[in-house]
Write a protein that binds this ligand. Structure first.
Ligand code: GCO
Length: 261
């Protein structure tokens, strides 16, 4: 596939349909926008909200086919049925970006079990359920696909007060490998991007803390917080034919964080 295409074309997503979760803001919105700019039609999944509709309107400006696909990842037990309806309405996605994620910060000894369960449900179980629905449809059609999971620095190491998030993102790293291995023979590639500290709503409580902000800038070799577009362009690469010999990888897009201590 790759070798038949020109260099630039291999990085593009023309003719693909991409489903991006957590797409109403932050990294997810950045990824959805970059995918549309790369030529993909895009389905924006997030909980129904004015923000989701705003994102939909904004991305329609790219000229691609763009549609909001409201779903709450807390309801992941219904993911297969929801996905069935999605495919009937919009066609079968070729690209799935599992970006939606939440965090609940507390010292481990104080973290309520309900918070633990919610983070694991949204960040890990829902990713499995949706990936399974995505793969089953492609397999039934005999078509290839690409999954890009959003992992974290917490896939590799922990920061205090992030037990549930860290466990979920560690799980995402291993789930990426497990799905890559199971589905390689079906042409479904599964990779992850592990972002460093990115300035979004998820990290707002951290970036607005002057001490934390200066720690991130000092700890990150490139000396700054990431922005959604820093993550979005590598996500396009992992969704494109330019990455056709890559599967099961975790790509740290972290300003050099993991390269030093
Ligand atoms: C935290 C943050 C992190 C980052 C990110 C780092 O509490 O330290 O929320 O989890 O958001 O995932 O890669």
């Amino acid at each position: 596939m790759n070798s038949d295409q020109g260099f630039g074309e291999s990085f593009r997503l023309d003719g693909r349909l991409a489903l991006v979760t957590g797409a109403s803001r932050g990294i997810g919105l950045g990824i959805a926008q970059a995918m549309a700019e790369a030529g993909a039609d895009v389905l924006l999944m997030a909980r129904e909200s004015p923000e989701l509709r705003k994102a939909e309107a904004k991305l329609k400006g790219t000229g691609r086919r763009v549609a909001a696909a409201p779903f709450d990842m807390h309801e992941y037990a219904g993911a297969a049925a929801w996905y069935e309806r999605l495919v009937n309405e919009h066609g079968c996605p070729d690209v799935l970006v599992n970006n939606a994620g939440i965090t609940k910060r507390a010292p481990a000894e104080e973290l309520p079990l309900a918070d633990w369960e919610e983070v694991l449900a949204v960040n890990l179980s829902a990713v499995f359920a949706l990936s399974q629905a995505f793969a089953r449809h492609l397999m039934a059609l005999g078509r290839p696909g690409k999954i890009v999971n959003i992992a974290s620095l917490m896939t590799a190491a922990a920061r205090k007060t992030t037990a549930a998030y860290t466990a979920s993102k560690g799980g995402i790293g291993q789930l990426t490998k497990a799905l890559a291995v199971d589905w390689a023979g079906k042409g479904i590639h599964v990779n992850a991007i592990a972002p460093g500290y990115v300035d979004t709503d998820l990290t707002a409580a951290l970036s607005s803390d002057a001490a934390f902000d200066s720690w991130v800038k000092q700890r990150t070799p490139l000396g700054r917080w990431g922005s959604p577009v820093d993550i979005a362009r590598p996500a396009v690469f992992l969704a494109s034919a330019a990455s056709d010999f890559i599967t099961g990888q975790i790509l740290y897009v972290d300003g050099g964080w993991m390269a030093t201590f």
